[in-house]
Design a protein around this ligand. Structure first.
Ligand code: MG
Length: 429
């Protein structure tokens, strides 16, 4: 990836970065943590961002309020049961109202729509008036949406982890092809703070001169504890993250360091870096969001306030920077910046994820599915905290025994995902 920044016009003329027209965004996962923060940024930048489509799983009343606020003409709900409920009529009335108020140009592009089911969510990626798909979906539905967005020539602002952890071998070739067609980078913009940080450190640099990526970790709420001290951890304790405010699943993953493992795999795909050149370092203040080391020994670090709206906004403003509604870091008050190696004996999920990444193929898919099942069991108080890593390891072992495959298709990954979930259910402890 060559990241020399320029104000760019897409070869197909769809997107004029730096132009006068707002970038038109579809927000998939609009009621979650990343989705609501994305809408917050859109509300503060109405001349730069226009929300044209919303999708969420089942919180239809929240989506209804969002659709009214932003005058959205397209809504998709993942849950099909909602189609027969009263809120479906409210959603239809809301998009009709938005349509009546929309400029003629928007109305000419497409008919207003309200649709239900996983396919309906994915279909928003194909709307002609969408420039950027913000993919903040949770789970494997997100991988299909990423695939579709890039296929349709949209910019993909990516927060969905499965897209790269599970489907990186399918998604990255599409992103590279899109960059090549457009003649500039930017088809796939990471939203995660670590990858956004690395992306920014790459800007203006030659990829061949990068020697190492340093992915920073806060260490989570249990940093410094022993395995024995983790035996009786409850969901409430694990949900209390020291520095970042995120959804439940990712907060648990942060506490087990599985999240950092997933991020290592994502970094491998996003930046084309071998695993032996991706290091994790614990930086408890979370002021440094990641670092890139170069062949001449120089290291670039990205620092900023721990607020997800900064990396989300950069993914949407690239190659520009816009003022953010966030207090900048006050270096006179940080005190000190500490660095520690991660304790992978206690937090085994990080080592398991790295192993899955190194083996590659279908192993990360299986690992991810097992982890989701184990985390859900822990949150429901059916499984223990240490049982998460044990379950993931058992399912990975079984898959390696049966034979890891090359990634060939979304269908293959979805079928393995189902197998791994069923297998994981037998290993909850
Ligand atoms: Mg992160």
């Amino acid at each position: 990836m060559e990241c020399d920044v320029r104000i760019a016009t897409k070869a197909n003329g769809q997107v004029e970065w730096g132009g006068a027209r707002p970038r038109r965004i579809a927000v998939l996962g609009s009621t979650g943590s990343i989705g609501t923060q994305t809408l917050d940024i859109a509300a503060k930048n109405p001349e730069k961002l226009s929300v044209v489509a919303l999708a969420a799983g089942h919180r239809a009343n929240d989506v209804l309020a969002q659709a009214r606020t932003f005058g959205v003409r397209h809504v998709a709900m993942g849950s099909e049961e909602l189609a027969d409920q009263a809120v479906a009529d409210d959603l239809r009335a809301a998009v009709r109202e938005s349509d009546a108020a929309a400029p003629a140009q928007a109305r000419a592009a497409s008919e207003p729509s309200v649709a239900f089911g996983a396919r309906a969510v994915e279909d928003l990626c194909a709307l002609p008036e969408v420039d950027v798909v913000v993919n903040a979906l949770v789970g494997e539905a997100g991988m299909r949406a990423s695939y579709r967005a890039l296929k349709e020539g949209k910019v993909l602002a990516l927060a969905n982890k499965e897209s790269l952890v599970v489907g990186g071998d399918l998604i990255m070739p599409l992103a590279h092809a899109a960059d090549e067609r457009a003649g500039h980078p930017g088809a796939l913009m990471p939203i995660d703070s670590e990858h956004g940080a690395i992306y920014q450190c790459f800007v203006g640099e030659r990829t061949s001169e990068v020697s190492r990526l340093w992915v920073t970790a806060s260490g989570g709420p249990f940093r410094g504890r022993t395995r024995d001290e983790l035996r009786a951890i409850t969901p409430a304790q694990a949900l209390n993250h020291p520095t970042w405010n995120m959804g439940a699943k990712i907060t648990i993953d942060s506490s087990t360091l599985m999240n950092k493992g997933l991020e290592v795999i994502e970094a491998h795909h996003l930046f084309g870096m071998d695993y032996d050149r991706i290091s994790v370092v614990v930086q408890p203040q979370s002021a440094i969001h990641s670092m890139v080391e170069f062949v001449d020994g120089s290291v670039k670090a990205h620092l900023g306030t721990t607020d997800m709206r900064i990396p989300i906004q950069y993914a949407l403003s690239f190659p520009e920077r816009w003022p953010a509604p966030v207090e900048p870091l006050d270096f006179t008050r940080i005190g000190s910046l500490e660095f520690f190696p991660p304790d992978t004996d206690t937090f085994r999920c990080l080592a398991l994820a790295r192993h899955a990444g190194e083996v590659g193929g279908t192993l990360p898919c299986v690992m991810n599915a097992a982890n989701e099942v184990a985390v859900a069991a822990f949150l429901a108080e059916r499984g223990s905290y240490l049982g998460i890593a044990a379950c993931v390891e058992a399912v990975m072992d079984e898959h390696e025994r049966r034979g890891v495959e090359r990634v060939e298709s979304l269908e293959q990954l979805e079928s393995l995902d189902r197998w791994a979930r069923a297998e994981a259910a037998r290993h909850i402890s």
